[in-house]
Design a protein around this ligand. Structure first.
Ligand SMILES: *Cc1c(COP(=O)(O)O)cnc(C)c1O
Length: 419
């Protein structure tokens, strides 16, 4: 073991890994920033040159407890020596513990575990279609979703998502999917019918620009779904797991969906997704209707049980909301001082800063600029900067991030005025 490790290490170190290696080895599906990351700690990341960055991205709302959280690392180490994977032909104590915890912490009764957000939505959409098929027959199959929604990249979930450019060019698409403008009650009222089997939405659209649903819109959608026996699916892949200041964002709206999907932050950096629903709806699936080899493996579930335990504590949520207030106050201060943002929106620690018209389309440019200055941020479309820091980001790291941002934006605005 020792010998094998020492044999592997020097060879890996001799290999020159640079950003160029990406272009030489990887599918060109991404265009990563110029740096190559080496390691992370809390809300800091370090590249292979030893440069340190403040991280306001948390792996796109994934590393709920920051990078390499000591508790998470301990659970992974322990579970890796206990039981990592056994497949779903066996029940195991770690998966069932997570399901029981979720049952106690949410209004849902049955759980299906997967490895990603797209898989969670794939399962939820299949479940909704199958439920309608069994209860009402094959004609009740229409799925309503919304423009700019994002539900993942499997062919079904990406087709249901609201960006046609992501689903075009791959041949025939899954049918009976209708896209409507988000938060437009009149359009929704006109379209929903007894043919509708499911309505899927994000309580706060994430990739679409951090657009919160109007509370009135959600309440009416819920009422109309009931009237037409359509299942309401909330995609909480990004908004869930305390990201929006409540364990799941629906709690903040007081509107309970029939099916909830989540992933991203649930495993604190370890891949895990979940589909949650009632016992009655879950009963439409039986042995063989759906499955996953890796979904709900003991390692992922043990980690998520730990993460869930931490992030659902009332004292933790209080802190998230305090940190959120700090972030909103800082962003509003920058907005008033530099005029580069026209709106700060979002919930909890899922925050969007909408660029003023003068800076429209510049989100990517500003993201790259901030990275060179030592701060990582996200974008959501071409004109919105998106922030999703670790839920437990320390005030010191947050202040450091804002200091970098302010200095960079002050210069950027000056340059822009000159140009
Ligand atoms: C990220 C995201 C997904 C897709 O999750 P993957 O793990 O990348 O498959 C789906 N829905 C929403 C709302 C997301 O933010």
């Amino acid at each position: 073991m020792q010998a094998a490790e020492t044999a592997v290490q020097p060879a890996a170190q001799e290999m020159k890994i640079t950003r160029k290696t990406f272009d030489e080895c990887m599918f060109p599906c991404y265009n990563p920033l110029p740096c190559v990351l080496d390691h992370g700690k809390g809300s800091y990341l370090f590249d292979t040159d030893g440069k340190r960055y403040v991280d306001f991205t948390a792996g796109i709302a994934v590393n709920s407890l920051g990078h390499c959280n000591a508790g998470v690392a301990k659970v992974i180490a322990r579970q890796s020596k206990t039981l990592m994977h056994c497949s779903n032909i066996f029940a195991n104590k770690y998966t069932l513990t997570l399901a029981r915890e979720l049952q106690q912490k949410t209004p849902f009764e049955r759980f299906f575990f997967v490895n990603s957000g797209a898989e969670a939505n794939e399962c939820a959409l299949k479940l909704a279609r199958h439920t309608a098929f069994m209860e009402f027959g094959p004609d009740k199959n229409e799925i309503i979703s919304f423009h700019d929604a994002f539900h993942g990249r499997t062919f079904f979930s990406v087709t249901v998502g609201g960006h046609e450019e992501y689903s075009d060019g791959f041949g025939p698409k899954p049918g009976a999917v209708t896209h409507l403008p988000f938060n437009d009650l009149a359009a929704f009222k006109e379209k929903i019918s007894d043919k509708t089997c499911a309505v899927i939405l994000e309580p706060v659209q994430g990739e679409g620009g951090i657009v919160p649903a109007d509370p009135e819109f959600l309440k009416e959608v819920r009422a109309l779904c009931n009237e037409h026996h359509a299942l309401l699916i909330f995609d909480e892949v990004q908004t869930g797991n305390s990201r929006c200041g409540t364990l799941y964002a629906f709690e903040g709206y007081g509107v309970v969906p029939d099916i909830l999907t989540t992933a991203k932050g649930l495993g604190g950096g370890f891949p895990l997704g979940a589909v949650m629903t009632s016992a009655a709806i879950a009963a439409h699936f039986g042995p063989g209707t759906h499955g996953s080899t890796f979904g709900g493996n003991p390692l992922a579930c043990a980690v998520a049980t730990y993460v869930l335990h931490r992030i659902s504590k009332p004292s933790f949520l209080t802190k998230v909301n305090e940190t959120s207030a700090f972030f909103f106050a800082e962003f509003n201060r920058l907005k008033d001082k530099y005029g580069i943002f026209k709106e700060i929106r979002g919930k909890g620690l899922l925050i969007g800063a909408v660029l003023s018209d003068d800076y429209a389309g510049k989100a990517g440019e500003i993201q790259r600029l901030l990275a060179t200055k030592g701060l990582f941020v996200l974008t959501a479309g071409a004109s919105v900067l998106r922030f999703a820091p670790a839920l437990n980001i320390k005030r010191k790291a947050a202040r450091e991030g804002f200091a970098i941002m302010e200095a960079a934006l002050a210069d950027y605005v000056k340059e822009h005025v000159k140009a």
